[in-house]
Design a protein around this ligand. Structure first.
Ligand SMILES: [Ca+2]
Ligand SMILES: [Ca+2]
Length: 138
């Protein structure tokens, strides 16, 4: 049984095109999904990869030219206490889990909580999290 997979999510929203009846989403140049409203939520098991997205508008006449590309960096959530901010309480939580196999704190997904995870944690430190994606602190 797999529990506590590290998941990173992104919500992509774009300006609707007046002529489009639906949109095709491409991920890393490969067709991924078709949506009708101009938005899509995508989640990934976060192992510090990135994906490139673009959108093509569709109507009865065919396809629009592709949108500009968007690169999404998939990162694990370091806001362990879910208070919206990666701060000292999260550092305390990380410290207690250091050298354990806590999957929540294993930010690079290699099975143990070690120095590589600490490096990733420090990159997140001081940042805010809106529950879906990491955002600059107001
Ligand atoms: Ca926190
Ligand atoms: Ca690790």
């Amino acid at each position: 049984m797999i529990t506590n997979l590290l998941i990173a999510c992104a919500l992509m929203v774009w300006d609707p095109s007046t002529n489009a009846t639906s949109y095709d989403i491409y991920e890393d140049m490969i067709y991924s999904a078709t949506v009708t409203p101009p938005e899509i939520g995508i989640c990934r098991v976060a192992y510090y990869t990135s994906s490139i997205y673009y959108v093509v508008g569709i109507n009865a006449g065919g396809e629009s030219t592709p949108s500009e590309t968007l690169e999404v960096q998939w990162v694990a959530d370091a806001d362990f206490d879910d208070n919206g901010f990666v701060g000292f309480a999260d550092f305390g939580s990380f410290s207690l889990a250091f050298l354990s196999t806590s999957s929540e704190h294993d930010l690079d997904g290699n099975g143990t909580v070690g120095f590589s995870d600490f490096g990733l944690f420090t990159q997140r430190f001081g940042k805010c999290n809106d529950g879906v994606i990491e955002v600059p602190c107001p």
